[in-house]
Write a protein that binds this ligand. Structure first.
Ligand code: PHE
Length: 449
């Protein structure tokens, strides 16, 4: 680092809010329910929960430990750990892949978040009686997509530029409780509507025959990794801002539980909402499968809102505010990955670094808007289904093999002096060295067949 003090979270709660802010995003409120709808409901939920606790939590611990141990961004951390030259080069290369992946994810994430901003503004315009504007915001166009993604990107850059405590922690602490309140209010409303019970049944009663479906397993694994922001250095850099005296396994468990909890709650909102829409005459099946993806969020749900009169506008406003807030606390954590690399390895100060990184990433967003059809799905698949799990394996191997057992224990003793005698210490290190990488690889190979 070039002469600047490193940021640090001010408290345990500050870290939990920032890390859950990163984890809870479009992945939970959009991705999880639509994936669940696509993969037969409760069977997906079951597999997801098992994979999240058995594979994603240990991988999250790997990132938090590497981060706090090295107190650096992913490139310097992975490049600094091995003792040999080849190992160091490999570390730097893996770190750079992580930075590119985080940046590419932010590229497409800003576009999707821009759609949320557009919907949110459209509801505001309708309320204000500006119907022409509302129509424009509601209809897809290059100008709308670029404009709304730009607004979202500028917010992201500004918050990251403010720093760890003043920007990331402060805004996550403000926005996360608001997000939870909005979510609970929306669930309460949907549950009181006719049709909700059927949605609950589809969501909660598993069709056991689908549990071993290879496609379902890989989607659940990808979803769990994406949802916990793993494999791109986000949790690693957040881990590097955790004070030494904190207990890492407990913090990691809290983040995992909250992230899973919010995904579960989002399912309680979206699946019943689908069936409420069906009662209102909306078609929710396409070729025998439940409608999912963008059609679900951008067409089916708005049709439901339309049937609700003025209450529908307020409801839609709350819903898209919820998605925008969730997206923002995640996008700042993505931008923190390239920004921290620039701050720690060049002379740039934080604000310029976040504008530079954010500006370059916005170019990718523009490219995605222009060449949506050939590019969008490709970038999403390459980053979330390939890069994230593969880097997850690399990070587990670094935490398990490159950091010595003694150093690992020493790191975990901070904030938890008796950890040596705990189940965590008996199970986690061998798990991290062998099982976790092998299981991630197995699920990955399964997906290639
Ligand atoms: N976890 C975020 C979500 O669920 C996405 C994310 C991925 C954030 C990778 C940071 C890094 O939407």
């Amino acid at each position: 680092m070039k002469g600047q003090a490193r940021g640090e979270f001010s408290s345990r709660l500050g870290f939990i809010l920032a890390a859950t802010g990163s984890a809870v995003g479009l992945g939970n409120i959009w991705g999880f329910p639509t994936n669940t709808a696509e993969n037969g409901g409760a069977a997906f939920l079951l597999v997801y929960l098992i994979l999240a606790f058995c594979l994603a939590y240990p991988a999250l611990m790997a990132e938090l430990i590497i981060g706090r141990h090295c107190r650096a961004n992913i490139v310097s951390a992975l490049g600094g750990l091995p003792s040999g030259k080849i190992g160091r080069n490999l570390g730097v290369a893996a770190g750079l892949v992580g930075v590119f992946t985080a940046s590419a994810i932010l590229g497409f994430y800003s576009l999707v978040a821009g759609w949320m901003v557009a919907q949110l503004a459209a509801q505001g315009a309708t309320l204000a009686g500006a119907d022409g504007l509302a129509d424009w915001l509601d209809r897809q166009s290059l100008a709308r997509d670029m404009g709304c993604a730009l607004i979202f990107t500028v917010f992201t850059i500004t918050l990251v530029g403010e720093g760890v405590k003043e920007g990331i922690e402060r805004w996550s602490s403000r926005l996360m409780p608001l997000l939870l309140l909005l979510l609970l209010a929306l669930i309460t409303y949907v549950m009181s509507q006719p049709g909700a019970a059927l949605g609950l049944k589809v969501y909660l009663l598993p069709d056991i025959s689908r549990v071993l479906d290879g496609e379902l397993i890989i989607s659940a694994l990808g979803q769990a990794f994406f949802s916990l922001s793993l494999g791109v250095g986000t949790m690693l850099i957040y881990g590097s801002y955790i004070p030494r005296e904190e207990n890492l396994p407990t913090l990691g468990a809290a983040v995992t539980l909250i992230d899973m909890g919010v995904a579960f709650l989002a399912g309680l909102l979206i699946l019943p909402a689908l069936f409420v829409a069906q009662q209102g005459g909306v078609e929710i099946y396409q070729n025998g499968e439940l409608i999912a993806g963008p059609t679900l969020i951008l067409q089916v749900l708005p049709t439901l809102f339309d049937t609700m009169g003025t209450a529908g506008i307020i409801f839609a406003l709350a819903f898209f505010a919820l998605l925008t807030i969730a997206a923002l606390t995640s996008s700042i954590s993505m931008l923190e990955v390239p920004t921290s690399l620039l701050v720690e390895s060049t002379v740039l100060e934080r604000r310029s670094a976040s504008w530079l990184a954010g500006g370059v990433i916005f170019m990718l967003t523009v490219a995605l808007v222009i060449w949506f059809d050939p590019l969008f799905a490709l970038v999403v698949t390459a980053t979330t289904e390939y890069s994230e799990p593969l880097l997850g394996i690399v990070l587990c191997l670094f935490a398990g093999w490159v950091i010595s057992r003694n150093k690992l224990l020493e790191e975990l003793r901070h904030g938890n002096p008796d950890i040596e005698h705990s189940y965590f210490w008996k199970i986690w290190p061998p798990y991290m060295r062998f099982f976790c990488p092998l299981l991630i690889a197995a699920a990955f190979i399964q997906s290639l067949r």
